[in-house]
Design a protein around this ligand. Structure first.
Ligand SMILES: Cc1cc2nc3c(=O)[nH]c(=O)nc-3n(C[C@H](O)[C@H](O)[C@H](O)COP(=O)(O)OP(=O)(O)OC[C@H]3O[C@@H](n4cnc5c(N)ncnc54)[C@H](O)[C@@H]3O)c2cc1C
Length: 365
């Protein structure tokens, strides 16, 4: 405890998802004094917010955090609850110090390190790791406000199952893995339309009996960094794993549309001028990140975070789990350990900058 009543740790980790737990594993191995502050009241909060039937696109073999294999047949695709159980057990079995219901409201530069403020308390730390997730704040486009009250609207984070929506015609907006999985599920019980704003490159889940990620590992593509030419090209394109527009149409009977551009009442209009009356809309339109609670000089003029593999210019302030932080694997269960180990090594070799010399009193003539 400091003289001012603020508790001090060597390191504070903000966020207790897979990235926070992975860095926690390495910090525990170093015997470091640290704590993990998690906003939610339960572990694995982000996974709990995902729909009931979610199947991972990575097989169990590639879902392991450091030090513990993901249980079950390595060649099967776990579901949401398997991940919740795995992360919950991981934190407990490695005795990681996770403080639940502890939302960090601000991180500020202090004389020595950082001041981390919560609603009811504050901490000081020499070093801070921000692991608040690559998919933080649900994003819904502005046209949602043009739809009438008679249309039931959900973001994918509040969609649980077909029971989340009334009977009738549903439009799913968003052509990523989430949009396709939800559209497939809904198509079993009602008329489903999918609006695809920008097409993602479809990749098969399995090729010649092996999982896609086996090939990404074997070819080294999963570890290509954003500094390489191919890494830069890959990071600019999202991929659709295991689904294709053609399959969704043919096998599941869904109707495909282009970008949804406007709406009036219960009518949605698409980029090609066609219109559709809907009873419900699922916005599978992604997320934004919010780092506005961090008060440090680590953002460029456009407000973008500036970092090298999660290491910022502010000494002792790091990020972990960002999308393409370093490679395609950076925000995936099975590869976040690579960046976590890198940040843990930075933390171990960190020496705090020397305190600024007290200024000599100005000479007054
Ligand atoms: C629909 C979907 C399917 C996915 N499927 C797969 C898959 O099959 N395989 C795979 O490997 N990856 C998958 N991912 C990607 C990735 O594994 C997950 O997004 C994962 O949840 C990221 O982990 P994280 O720890 O970085 O972030 P999160 O899981 O988002 O954890 C961040 C944590 O920080 C907490 N937090 C946020 N702000 C604060 C704050 N101010 N103070 C304190 N705590 C805070 C949050 O409550 C949260 O618990 C999927 C992602 C999505 C969206």
């Amino acid at each position: 405890m400091m003289d001012n009543g603020v508790k001090r740790h060597d390191v504070i980790v903000v966020g207790g998802g897979q990235a926070g737990l992975a860095i926690g594993y390495f910090l525990a191995q170093q015997g470091r004094d640290f704590t993990i502050l998690e906003a939610a009241a339960e572990p694995a909060a982000a996974w709990r917010e995902r729909w009931d039937s979610l199947k991972l696109f990575t097989p169990a073999r590639y879902n392991a955090l450091p030090g513990r294999a993901f249980p079950g047949d390595p060649d099967t695709y776990p579901n949401r609850d398997d991940v919740v159980a795995y992360l919950t057990d991981y934190a407990r079995d490695f005795n990681l110090p996770v403080e639940l219901a502890s939302r960090v409201r601000a991180i500020r530069k202090a004389d020595a390190g950082y001041l981390v403020e919560l609603d009811d308390r504050a901490y000081e730390a020499d070093q801070v790791v921000v692991a608040t997730g690559p998919f933080q704040i649900p994003f819904v486009p502005a046209i949602a406000d043009q739809l009438g009250d008679e249309v039931v609207q959900l973001h994918s984070t509040t969609y649980r199952s077909p029971h989340s929506l009334p009977e009738g015609r549903v439009l799913v907006v968003g052509g990523g893995n989430t949009g396709f999985q939800i559209a497939e599920e809904l198509a079993a019980s009602r008329e489903v339309h999918l609006s695809i704003g920008s097409r993602q490159t479809p990749l098969p889940q399995r090729i010649l009996g092996r999982d896609l990620f086996w090939y990404l590992e074997a070819t080294g593509l999963i570890r290509k960094t954003t500094e390489s030419r191919i890494g830069r090209r890959l990071s600019g394109r999202d991929t659709l794993i295991g689904s294709t527009p053609r399959r969704l149409r043919r096998k599941h009977g869904a109707v495909l549309h282009g970008r949804a551009v406007s709406a009036v009442g219960s009518t949605v209009r698409f980029g090609d001028g066609t219109e559709l009356e809907v009873d419900g809309v699922v916005w599978a339109t992604g997320f934004k990140v919010d780092h506005s609670f961090i008060d440090a000089s680590i953002f460029d003029d456009a407000g973008r975070l500036v970092h090298q593999r999660g290491v910022t210019e502010s000494p002792g302030l790091y990020f972990l789990g960002l999308s393409w932080q370093h490679t395609r694997g950076s925000a995936l269960l099975g590869w976040v350990k690579d960046d976590a180990e890198h940040i843990a090594n930075q933390i171990q070799t960190f020496s705090p900058p020397a305190p600024a010399e007290p200024r000599a009193p100005e000479h007054v003539a």
